[in-house]
Design a protein around this ligand. Sequence first.
Ligand SMILES: Cc1cc2nc3c(=O)[nH]c(=O)nc-3n(C[C@H](O)[C@H](O)[C@H](O)COP(=O)(O)O)c2cc1C
Length: 275
Amino acid sequence: MSTQDTTGEDLRTSLQQRFGEAPSIPEGLKGLDVLLGLANHSTHRKYRTEAVPRDLLRLVATVALSAPSKSDLQQADIVEIADADIRRAIADLIPAMPWIALAPAFLVICGNGRRLLEASALHGETFANRHLDHFFNASVDAALVLQNLIVAAEAVGLGTCPISVIRNHAAIVSGILDLPDHVFPVAGLCLGWPEAEGRISPRLPLSQTLHRDRHDDSQLASELMAYDERRGRRDGWDPSDPDFIGWSRAKARMYAEEQRQDFGAFVSDKGFQLI
Ligand SMILES: Cc1cc2nc3c(=O)[nH]c(=O)nc-3n(C[C@H](O)[C@H](O)[C@H](O)COP(=O)(O)O)c2cc1C
């Protein structure tokens, strides 16, 4: 959609669907098409079979690597998975997510704490920051590149699906990709031309996620219930139906199961100190 076509009303409609409310939008505001693109984000797990041209993939990845970087340390890498055997080896680890094998393109976004250590060694400096922040900074840089990849891909009409489940097999994925010490997978990213229109996934109410001056979640329990109902109704449920499982219950059940218990050990094995 071009700038001229996008109206404040389009943006308000999108935000209303997402949050159940929308802020007012100043008359004549610039950048409405960018804001609408962000507001309309949706994950895609089904793609048409046509390939994503390599040049386009590299363009999207290059743009994404323009993300800001903590202290300009540049601690994120993208691995383009071009080899079918490597893709299959990763996809086979996660049979519940067939979109990993079927997506026309697949990337792995990594945090990289190694270059900084190399720079220290190169110049005979002591690296005096072997603690959680070293790992955390690289994770944040990688997350920013991941988000930029998603935004850039959506801007050119591609759909994406991040894959953090590769971290359920972090050591194996790391072995498959030859990731050296201090380089770790943060997420995979499926890319392809979406098979269908995206659908806006409702988010929590702004009362819980957009605070002013002081954090306030005093109404959290009731707001969670209201969100469950809004989201359930959007999906055609009657929230009083005994079979209805809202978002908060689903997430509570998800986290009643142990997952990724070995991730801390993997990160330690990669050479990071976590305290
Ligand atoms: C860091 C990250 C990891 C994710 N990992 C997975 C994944 O392993 N598999 C998957 O199908 N979706 C994954 N997703 C997609 C989320 O499920 C999706 O973003 C969420 O349901 C909200 O939907 P939306 O992106 O359409 O708004 C991930 C998203 C993020 C940001």
